[in-house]
Design a binder for this molecule. Structure first.
Ligand SMILES: Cc1cc2nc3c(=O)[nH]c(=O)nc-3n(C[C@H](O)[C@H](O)[C@H](O)COP(=O)(O)O)c2cc1C
Length: 389
């Protein structure tokens, strides 16, 4: 089953990733992967860093003549900004340079203080360089590899923005969201499927910038074409909803995850649950509603998978919060590092990556296979068996 490892500091030389157990003979479209990296860098309300970087992967191993080999895939994304930080991030000792950008005033809401205490560094740059969401670049590239395979199985993962601060998409617009809306979503700087909300959402960002504030919101990731039977009810750690929740929660700044209509506590049971119907022509069970978010009993039920990530207002503020200097123990205003204002649209792209990774793992668990063709054959056979039931 797919495993991956990421390595790299925000202002280091670059971000290295290794994927293990990725099946052979999957066509690799590098421009597709780079396009996802570009999507992660976008969104209205990003800071100066994203204007410096122009993320592209350089594949070192595991791909030959446009196809995966089944061997570990290794790639790097270079940090363009590294040239400005090479002495500060030096591998060789350089105490003078290290002192220049030493961080001793931990920023509330970041890993700075807890990381400094845990790893016993009084220079919290040693923590923030890795805890930075720059790491999510690697995850997006890994997720894009997974998407390349999933789409060969007819599974398509996409996302859109449900809310930015108090600007929410309406229930009618939400009903109209589908895979067909992707070009509309991607044309919007806020990645919102309702173009009439684009300006309002951008205004909320502008107001936050003016006030030296930051704002959060909610993204929704959907996966269309997922077969029945991924995950399982038999063990706590095989439940697909639990695995998706962990993966999405692991994204920087996510503080809650919702599957389907999970956060809606108002409806009666009869309103909440999705009634089951049967289509004679295709021999398939289906539902007319999807409050379950495509998962019942920890197992995909064939409807769209729907997972939301609730993003906190990011913690680096121009209007600084109070903190305590790690060395002197004196109260100080937290250090300001160049920062974004709103990252919800970008977080949605990272959400797609995490959902794609979990879905590919669940596909491999159910259908096995060393090659794409084997997975396709096993899936086709399973679909036939379920239709015969
Ligand atoms: C794509 C992306 C970009 C981010 N950029 C920033 C940023 O510029 N400034 C900031 O304070 N936090 C930013 N964050 C959030 C922090 O990385 C996050 O708040 C921090 O890692 C601690 O989050 P946690 O407590 O949820 O783990 C970003 C998050 C994501 C997903």
């Amino acid at each position: 089953m797919l495993k991956f490892l990421t390595s790299g500091e925000s202002h280091g030389r670059g971000l290295v990733s290794v994927l293990e157990d990725f099946p052979a003979k999957v066509p690799v479209d590098v421009s597709f992967i780079n396009a996802d990296l570009k999507r992660r860098m976008g969104g209205y309300g990003r800071g100066a860093r994203m204007k410096i970087e122009s993320d592209q992967i350089e594949i070192f191993a595991g791909v030959r003549h446009g196809y995966t080999l089944g061997s570990p895939i290794a790639f790097i994304v270079h940090n363009r900004d590294w040239v400005n930080w090479s002495d500060i991030m030096s591998v060789e000792p350089n105490p003078e340079a290290a002192e220049k950008r030493k961080v001793t005033r931990p920023r509330p809401g970041h890993a700075d203080l807890v990381g400094g205490l845990k790893y016993q560094f009084d220079d919290m740059r040693n923590i923030l360089e890795r805890s930075s969401a720059r790491e999510t670049t690697s995850r997006v590239a890994v997720g894009a590899f997974c998407k390349l395979l999933l789409r060969e199985l007819g599974i398509h993962v996409y996302s859109h923005i449900v809310s930015i601060k108090d600007v929410h998409i309406g229930p009618k617009q939400l009903e109209e969201v589908s895979l067909d809306a992707v070009s509309r979503i991607e044309a919007s700087e806020m990645r919102c499927s309702d173009p009439s909300l684009d300006e309002e959402m951008k205004q909320a960002v502008d107001e936050a910038i003016e006030k030296g504030e930051t704002i959060g919101g909610t993204f929704e990731v959907r996966a269309a074409g997922v077969p029945v039977g991924l995950g399982s009810h038999v063990h706590w750690d095989r439940k697909l909803d639990g695995r998706l929740a962990q993966a999405v929660m692991s994204i920087n700044a996510i503080k809650a995850v919702e599957v389907g209509s999970g956060l809606e506590s108002d409806p009666y049971g009869s309103e909440f649950h999705d009634e089951i119907f049967y289509k004679q022509e295709t021999h398939e069970f289906y539902r007319k509603t999807n409050h379950a978010g495509g998962i019942e009993g920890g197992t995909s039920n064939g409807e769209e998978i729907i997972v939301r990530g609730i993003v906190k207002p990011i913690p680096t503020l121009r209007k600084p919060l109070m903190s305590v200097d790690f060395v002197s123990k004196e109260p100080f205003e937290a250090q300001y590092e160049r920062s974004d204002t709103c990252i919800v649209p970008a977080a949605g792209v990272v959400g797609e990556a995490m959902v794609s990774i979990v879905l590919l793992q669940a596909v491999q668990e159910k259908f096995g296979g060393d090659t794409l063709q084997e997975i396709q054959d096993n899936l086709g056979n399973y679909r036939r068996l379920t239709q015969e039931m």
